[in-house]
Design a protein around this ligand. Structure first.
Ligand code: CO
Length: 133
């Protein structure tokens, strides 16, 4: 079902500073992108084999705000795995008793593709995102 690691997401208190850090290491860094539906602004660090998603809160009630309150210097927030088909993934997660966050329906992710998030308590404490290839 899961194929590749699409990205590792890191919540950061200062997006420009974090982007600059990766840039100084020679990585290609995208422009910041606002995702109001997810309450975040993201910057992608593009590596040869995967990406790093730098996340910063956007607007009121951002899901990242609480995380940064607990981890003021930032921290690893989630992993994203690619899947062939999001509907089949959703059914499989259901079958396995893995809870899907929110209303259980796919949302549009940072790459314009459907995504789902699984409950960290059902994934050894890691927040996991699934993105359709
Ligand atoms: Co993500």
């Amino acid at each position: 079902m899961i194929t590749r690691l699409n990205h590792v997401a890191i919540a950061v208190p200062d997006l420009a500073e974090a982007a600059a850090r990766y840039q100084t290491l020679g990585a290609a860094v995208s422009e910041p992108q606002d995702l109001p539906e997810h309450g975040v602004t993201v910057v992608f660090v593009v590596l040869e084999n995967t990406k790093i998603e730098l996340l910063h809160p956007l607007g009121e009630g951002s899901p990242i705000a609480g995380f940064l309150d607990k981890n003021p210097s930032g921290g690893i927030h989630h992993l994203c795995f690619e899947v062939e088909e999001i509907g089949a993934t959703s059914e499989k997660l259901d079958e396995l008793g893995i809870r899907i966050l929110g209303d259980g329906k796919p949302k549009t992710g940072a790459h314009g593709k459907p995504v789902l998030f699984a409950h960290p308590k059902d994934f050894q404490g890691a927040l996991v995102e699934f993105e359709q290839e």
